[in-house]
Design a protein around this ligand. Structure first.
Ligand SMILES: O=c1[nH]c(=O)c2[nH]c(=O)[nH]c2[nH]1
Length: 306
């Protein structure tokens, strides 16, 4: 017997890559595709396997992988959220020793690539835009379904309407005050849905995603910024103002610094036109905004890099 305490534990198969084709139209020649990376984590009565290696309560990770693929055929992939909810419920409801499931999904976007010489639609180009994410947590004990969706790698820039000045100056400060700078960031966003939206069968998750993304981008573009912190708040605020199903927004915004190049040695004046785009290091601005009276649920400890 160990004298130490086994605390949080979970297991499952991570990063199951799956592409699902849905054939539509007259002869099934119109194809829709969903390209997912699905990770499964199971939580429950797993003391024995850790303490003695007794596998009686262990549904193999290999089975969880097979279930992901079989579910794509049996239930289809309507959206990452709907797929994740079905999987999360399945594991909890089919095995009494599994009390909670967490499904994490990334979706890689493809755009339709029209072929001028044929009517069939089965060609796609991977769009260089963001990765869509979702995390579904379902508890069999409480029946609670928590959905935190999001996106990452969405890079945006304002080439003006950004200032940064009036900050603390101590003996180590060298930063010049900026009255016209580039503001650029690679957005990682997560938003938590209200329990009512999570449990409604007809929630249109793809539309929700489009709405949240659009509101964040509009706020980024609309906000005359005196700091990336202010822009972060404006982006989250805009989502909460316009998308009632969302209760909380967390943003991780690396400040992708653009430094004015000194052109004086060449006898040239740099009128905020020529910048050096720095790769590293970067300021990292992070924060959560949530509805008053609703306790935040999105993890704040996740490590996000630019
Ligand atoms: O928008 C900014 N916020 C900061 O906190 C900060 N710090 C810094 O050096 N540059 C910036 N820019």
């Amino acid at each position: 017997m160990s004298k130490h305490v086994l605390a949080q534990n979970q297991y499952g198969k991570a990063e199951n890559r799956i592409v699902k084709i849905t054939r539509k139209g007259n002869e099934g020649t119109w194809h829709d595709i969903r390209d997912l990376n699905v990770s499964v984590a199971l939580r429950g009565e797993f003391r024995d396997v850790h303490l003695t290696g007794d596998n009686a309560n262990v549904l193999p990770t290999d089975t969880t992988k097979n279930t992901v693929y079989a579910f794509a055929k049996e239930h289809g992939v309507e959206s990452p959220e709907a797929f994740g909810i079905a999987l999360a419920r399945h594991f909890v409801h089919s095995q009494p020793v599994i009390h909670e499931t967490q499904i994490r999904i990334e979706e890689y976007p493809w755009e339709r690539l029209p072929a001028p010489t044929r009517r069939e639609q089965h060609s796609f180009v991977r769009s260089g835009q963001e990765v869509r994410t979702t995390q579904i947590t379902y508890s069999g004990d409480t029946g609670q379904l928590q959905i935190v969706s999001g996106l990452k790698d969405l890079t945006v820039m304002n080439s003006t309407d950004s200032e940064f000045h009036g900050f603390i100056k101590d003996k180590y400060t060298t930063l010049q005050e900026a009255y016209d700078r580039i503001l650029a960031t690679k957005v990682t966003a997560r938003w938590a849905y209200a329990a009512s939206a999570a449990s409604e069968a007809d929630t249109d998750w793809d539309q929700m995603y489009k709405d949240v993304r659009r509101r964040m981008l509009e706020a980024f573009a609309d906000t005359y910024s005196y700091s990336l912190q202010q822009t972060l708040h404006a982006m989250a605020d805009r989502v909460l103002d316009h998308v009632p199903a969302v209760n909380e927004v967390r943003l991780n915004l690396p400040n992708k610094h653009h430094f004015l190049v000194d052109l004086e040695p060449f006898g040239l004046k740099n009128d905020n036109e020529v910048y050096f785009a720095a790769d590293r290091m970067y300021g990292l601005i992070e924060g959560t905004v949530h509805r008053d009276g609703v306790a935040p649920v999105i993890a704040t400890s996740d490590w996000v890099t630019a």
